[in-house]
Design a protein around this ligand. Structure first.
Ligand code: OFO
Length: 171
């Protein structure tokens, strides 16, 4: 049976993952109406990945004798200045998620719940990968600036990344 303190912390993380999915969905929608189909596809795919992260936590909590309930979500931002602005916000958001995962791990470890700590390793590694991927993307956007040709190519690159599909098969 999972402890109440950890259950509450996992519920918060479920909310964070679901909110992340909405944030990326809102960004994808902006890209779609602003002529960046590749970035839109990439962000729609990433939104789906966040949903999978949420589902994985729900399955884990229920499996361990808890009960996964969903919390309220905020309306995501829908006005953006540029693709650079979007990916800048994505990286900041991912840094926030990393801090949240680390906090959850700290609670699980502090409670001597080693099963949950072990389970969270996957999320810790996932955040390392995501942060590094988004840093790389952001660097390219900074390099390209406002050049239309450069933005066109980056959009294509993001589409290729989305077509490569999710790396993980865990559900
Ligand atoms: Fe859920 O992995 Fe990023 O946020």
């Amino acid at each position: 049976m999972i402890g109440k303190k950890i259950e509450e912390a996992i519920l918060k993380q479920i909310q964070v993952e679901e909110q992340s999915s909405r944030i990326y969905m809102a960004m994808a929608s902006w890209c779609e109406v602003n002529g960046f189909p590749g970035a839109a596809k990439f962000l729609f795919t990433h939104s789906d990945e966040e949903r999978m992260h949420m589902t994985k936590l729900i399955n884990y909590l229920n499996d361990k004798g808890g009960y996964a309930r969903l919390k309220d979500l905020d309306a995501p931002e829908y006005k953006f200045k540029s693709l650079l602005d979007i990916f800048d916000q994505v990286l900041k958001h991912e840094e926030f998620v990393t801090a949240s995962i680390n906090k959850l791990f700290e609670i699980a470890f502090g409670e001597k719940d080693f099963t949950t700590s072990q389970f969270l390793q996957w999320y810790i590694e996932e955040q390392i990968e995501e942060e590094s991927m988004f840093k790389g993307i952001l660097d390219k956007f900074r390099l390209v600036g406002e050049q239309t040709g450069g933005l066109f190519h980056l959009d294509k690159e993001l589409e290729a990344l989305a077509n490569a599909g999710p790396k993980e098969e865990f559900l």
